[in-house]
Design a protein around this ligand. Structure first.
Ligand code: ADP
Length: 159
């Protein structure tokens, strides 16, 4: 059974993240999307809010599990019996950071491989930081996040 971990901050989950997750769920037997708890320090939403919004957004994906973790991603992956780390690539600007991360992880544990997926072009420009910026300035986030996330964020920030 091929298990993949999709780690990230997901602050909040976007349509780009969801697209990568849906493709990952088609390729692998099981995908665990996991919020890195060390990303809370500079966070916008709490880890619990992020996990809850991911859960609502991927309820249609039966082989996807939602979780959060502390510490190194590769240690968490090993603990879950996963051999794949799933990451998304948007543009060349993501590439350098992602390559370094994947090579660091590979140096720490060469049994765990990173697989990169590219989103549909219509989601290429989306980032969690742009969603936060648009939301806090009263803009429309419909095109950027799943419906459940939009409802929650607009209620919380009273847009
Ligand atoms: P991190 O803080 O670990 O970069 P993010 O939540 O920002 O976490 O992103 C998690 C993963 O999803 C990263 O591999 C990132 O490149 C990817 N990603 C983010 N937005 C998109 C998008 N619109 N399309 C494809 N991949 C994306």
């Amino acid at each position: 059974m091929k298990i993949a971990i999709y780690p990230g901050s997901f602050d909040p989950i976007t349509k780009g993240h969801l697209d990568v997750l849906e493709t990952g769920a088609e390729i692998f037997d099981k995908v665990i999307i996991a919020v890195a708890r060390n990303s809370e320090k500079h966070g916008f939403l709490t880890i619990e809010e992020r996990v809850d919004l991911i859960r609502q957004s991927c309820a249609h994906l039966k082989n996807v599990e939602v979780d959060s973790f502390n510490g190194l991603t590769i240690d968490y992956a090993q603990q879950k019996g996963a051999t794949i780390l799933l990451r998304g690539l948007r543009a060349v600007s993501d590439f350098e950071y992602e390559m370094q991360l994947s090579q660091n992880n590979s140096a720490l544990n060469h049994n765990i491989k990173t697989v990169f997926l590219i989103t549909k072009p219509k989601y290429n420009f989306i980032s969690s930081s742009s969603v936060r910026e648009i939301l806090l300035n009263g803009g429309d986030i419909t095109k950027f996040v799943p419906e459940e996330v939009k409802i929650y964020l607009e209620k919380k920030y009273k847009c």
